[in-house]
Design a protein around this ligand. Sequence first.
Ligand SMILES: Nc1ncnc2c1ncn2[C@@H]1O[C@H](COP(=O)(O)OP(=O)(O)OP(=O)(O)O)[C@@H](O)[C@H]1O
Length: 577
Amino acid sequence: MVKQLSGSIREFKRDSILSPLLVTLEAVLEALVPFLMAILIDTGLNHGDITAIITYGLAMILSALIALLLGIFSGHIAARAATGFAHNLRQDLCHHIQGFSFYTINRFTNASLITRMTTDVTNVQNTYMLLIRVLVRSPMVFLVCLILCLNLNFQLGALFLGLSPFIILGIFLIIRRSSPLFTTVYQKYDQLNHLVQENLNAIDVVKSFAQEDAEIHRFKKNSREITHYFSQAKHIMSYNTPLIQSLMYFCTMAIAWLGAHFIVAGSLSTGDLASLIMYTAQMITSLTNISSALAILTIAGTSANRIAEVLSDDSQLAVADHPAPFTADGSIRFEHVSFSYTQDPERISLSDIDFSVNPGEAIGIIGETGSGKSTLVHLIPRLYDVTQGTLLVGGTDVRQVDLKALRESIAIVLQKNVLFSGTIKENLLWGNSQASDDEISKVCDLACADTFIEALPLGYHTVLTQGGTNLSEGQRQRLCITRAFLGKPKILILDDATTALDDNTDAAIQQAFRSYLPNTTKFIISQRIRSIQDTDRILVLKNGKMDALGTHNELLTHNAVYSQMVAQQQRNCHETS
Ligand SMILES: Nc1ncnc2c1ncn2[C@@H]1O[C@H](COP(=O)(O)OP(=O)(O)OP(=O)(O)O)[C@@H](O)[C@H]1O
């Protein structure tokens, strides 16, 4: 865990070293004050030596002042190191998550990844500051005071040494019992975030099914669980204070009682006793700080583990060290490809898919829901890797080619389209950042998007809300198709991408594919026979297997699944007309 996280310190290494060094110096100077005070009392006050009083008094003030300045300076540096470290950590997480396969993202869940990048990083940031300051300063103060105590009076100093193992054991037990509870708390936070996300994204569905009360109940239940586990953990942690306080009372009483005996016996001066009492107070304050810091460290330890879990996950898509030369000619070959989302051999989503696609060919894909249509096309840009067999693009195994180059040659339009906050134009430029206004306008015309964009008061400069929710589903689909067209990809995948369009618009867009992108290989998934019947060949999938591959006419004559679908859609058409 430490190794994973420390990699993100980078340019803040210097600050991370300098701050504890300054803090150490501060601790030494602070511990020097009681030492000087003992000399001031014994040589100055007890003997009426004004010079000694002034000299040691000034030395005490100077030590305290320098310690104060060092404290301010080291605090400033520690804050810079902690915020910089958190900044790098967020960037590293973001970079690492971008490389995750869909499978890994599903495993972690979106909500959990968001919590890890926000709450967990903030916890680690705050604790890092604590670590390079309080957890350096307090043990240092304790150590220096202990050495000086032992030096002043060995028996009284040894009292602290004897008590230390009990304190360490107490703190250890508290941390061991509370740590698993904090892990549960963070899992519950993930669930809560997931719930909130789900609810906000589908607020219309929640309202239309009148499920507000049920959802509020789910939220309250989750929230109560967080409170329950958090209070349990905090309850255990609260034993920290009585543990340290009882030590404080015990030590103060012991020092006062033993100190008085030693003074009477003449083995301790009044100055030394005053210093011992000050050292005791400093050591106890240090212990209190250490135990509070350890409590925070326990919470942050859980966060740090969760971050390290993401950073150390190497189940990313394997990228070839020396990518093979890649010719994006649009040819594709599925060679006995099988795929499963899980390790379970019983749950295979695609089985023995074996066919080739020529450059520029248009392939329609049809099949019942769950037959594996989307899964099949998701393998082409390597959103997932094949479980068995080989998928070749441009004659090369997709796992051997440069992932960026592969994905740049492919455009994919999904049924549920995603647009980002920004203007319409900015969203379209995702397809081709170099596209001119004329080009954008021409392609919008082809994708039947121009009319509605130009009707908007701000036209192409209309600002879209997150996800493009201020547009209709059909308008979003047209924008996403335009975005894909603009890039003139070598391979275009339309996964049920025209479901929200009427038949005429759908037909116009199909025609545009042929005229604007004649050399692009196209995969068109659709449940509407009309959307795919003019493609060069149609693939019929059934339960993850290839049922048939042929032209519309061939399948109509020879394939039962296809001919039944055609008959069914014709019947539906007659009934509605
Ligand atoms: N992320 C996932 N994790 C696990 N299983 C999945 C996942 N996505 C799909 N599946 C399963 O894989 C199989 C094929 O799903 P896929 O989405 O490819 O079907 P489809 O033919 O595109 O369906 P539809 O027409 O409804 O979109 C289904 O059994 C589905 O339950």
